[in-house]
Design a protein around this ligand. Structure first.
Ligand code: NDP
Length: 446
């Protein structure tokens, strides 16, 4: 980083939180990429915009105690980081995974601010979750955990304040348990969570939105290069919500998706993923992806990482942060991969991103490429406020339009700041400037 102002800001963040490696990684990536913007906008330094953006407005940590099926008391730590509300109520998911720390939640909350701004919708940035591990827990244990988690969280959220959603480990079941508890405690029926079931205020197409949106975004990347999904081979990692619906849409658009994975290993199906089987394993039986190879002839299961060694034209990392490293990037390049777009948040390490970009791989960063989920959550908030429900087709058409606009904003900003086709710069610049304009209007509290 050459810019003195950005260096000062980053040094201060490092000094404050030296052990928050995921958060530092996310901040560094954004600050490095916005250097050309800062050079052209000295007023941002004068108003202290960047130092304000890297410090959350509010961070809440709390005890979540619950009783397991054996009658033992268990204690987890809950988090909600309310990062930036310049353009709307805090919005961002809740993650339940043993790897959750304050650093992870802060990195996700920081990224969420820019992503939400890019959608063009009135939503600020936040994120939350807990180090609770849902794997192997019974339905009743999940319910008791979610109720205890919401017993504390309810005092910090609200339809005009902060509207959480799902993320890793939080799907329709967990949102339902949390919503029920909120309603019991507050005695009101308002849209305080998104990703709700259709019977109580959820939006059609929210389940599909992140994966579908990712493919709409990649479709724009392909069109920009005069290509399309037709006949392309796609490697997808993960087998959760984002991975499943990215696979569905890429297949509908004419591509062949040949892999899915989880934290144990990956499956390769040269005939293209059979989604009926994949959905049955993951969404109904809540099983492991390994079972796919037992059920679909011709497919192979490989234990461990290695999904990026499979030959493809397009790679879509849809599992978790830092799952695609420099060696993986080398393998993708050697196999002729031309497009990488992030369904997950920060799945590619900085070294991998640099290498991919330098070797001419067209790279779509998560902030832009996976924004379809939160955009559709904002559409759910809109329907809740109106007490109306739109059809699947209406929501899907709006989602597609939003993804096309995100691509347009990012590619234009990349051009404007002198780095054609650099969607990392473009997405960060466009998102950051929208928040900055609002912060400049709203003044500083002394
Ligand atoms: P799910 O919980 O539905 O699925 C997560 C998938 O990733 C599972 O297959 C899981 O495998 C795998 N995974 C999780 N942690 C690891 C790990 N440490 N190593 C390898 N694999 C891992 O989550 P989502 O699909 O909702 O989210 C996936 C990513 O997309 C996350 O980064 C999330 O933040 C991001 N995202 C999600 C959005 C949404 O709307 N759901 C919106 C925008 C971004 P296993 O079962 O073995 O843990």
């Amino acid at each position: 980083m050459n810019n003195a102002y950005l260096n000062r800001v980053f040094e201060k963040v490092k000094q404050r939180d030296p052990n928050e490696k995921e958060f530092l990684q996310a901040v560094q990536e954004v600050l490095e990429s916005i250097e050309p913007v800062i050079e052209k906008r000295p007023d941002l330094e004068k108003s202290g915009i960047i130092e304000r953006m890297v410090e959350p407005e509010r961070m809440i940590t709390f005890r979540v105690s619950w009783v397991d099926d054996q009658g033992n008391v268990q204690v987890n730590r809950g988090y909600r980081v309310q990062f930036n509300s310049a353009i709307g109520p805090y919005k961002g998911g809740l993650r339940l995974h043993p790897s959750v720390t304050l650093s992870v939640i802060k990195f996700l909350g920081f990224e969420q601010c820019f992503k939400n701004a890019l959608t063009g919708l009135p939503i600020g940035g936040g994120k939350g979750g807990s180090d609770f591990d849902p794997k192997g827990k019974s339905n009743n244990e999940i319910m008791r955990f979610c109720q205890s988690f919401m017993t504390e969280l309810q005092r910090h959220i609200g339809q005009f304040t902060d509207v959480p959603a799902g993320d890793i480990g939080v799907g329709a079941r967990e949102i339902g348990f949390m919503y029920g508890q909120y309603k019991r405690l507050q005695n009101e029926f308002t849209g305080i969570l998104t990703g709700k079931g259709l019977s109580y205020g959820g939006s059609l197409a929210r389940t599909e939105a992140t994966g579908y949106g990712l493919c709409y975004f990649v479709d724009e990347m392909l069109k920009h290069k005069g290509e399309s999904f037709k006949g392309k081979t796609v490697v997808v990692s993960g087998s959760g919500n984002v991975a499943i619906y990215a696979t569905e849409k890429a297949t509908q658009l004419g591509a062949k998706v040949v892999t899915l994975s989880d934290s144990n290993g990956y499956i390769y199906d040269p005939n293209g993923i059979n989604l009926e089987v994949a959905k049955d394993i993951k969404e109904i039986k809540r099983g492991r992806i390994k079972e796919y190879a037992d059920r679909v002839p011709g497919s192979v299961y490989t234990e461990g990482r290695g999904v990026w060694s499979v030959k493809c034209d397009i790679a879509l990392p849809c599992a978790t942060q830092n799952e695609l490293n420099e060696d993986d990037a080398k393998a993708l390049i050697a196999n002729g991969c031309k497009y990488v777009a992030e369904g997950a948040n920060m799945p590619s390490t900085p070294e991998a991103v640099d290498l991919l970009k330098s070797m001419g791989v067209f790279f779509g960063p998560g902030k832009a490429a996976n924004a379809g989920g939160v955009a559709t959550s904002a559409l759910e908030m809109c329907q809740n406020s109106m007490r109306l429900a739109w059809s699947f087709e209406e929501v899907d058409a709006k989602l597609k339009g939003i993804m096309q606009n995100i691509f347009k904003s990012a590619i234009e900003a990349a051009d404007q700041y002198g780095s054609a086709d650099d969607l990392v710069l473009g997405a960060n610049a466009a998102g950051m400037l929208r928040i900055a304009e609002a912060m400049l209007c709203q003044g500083v509290a002394y």
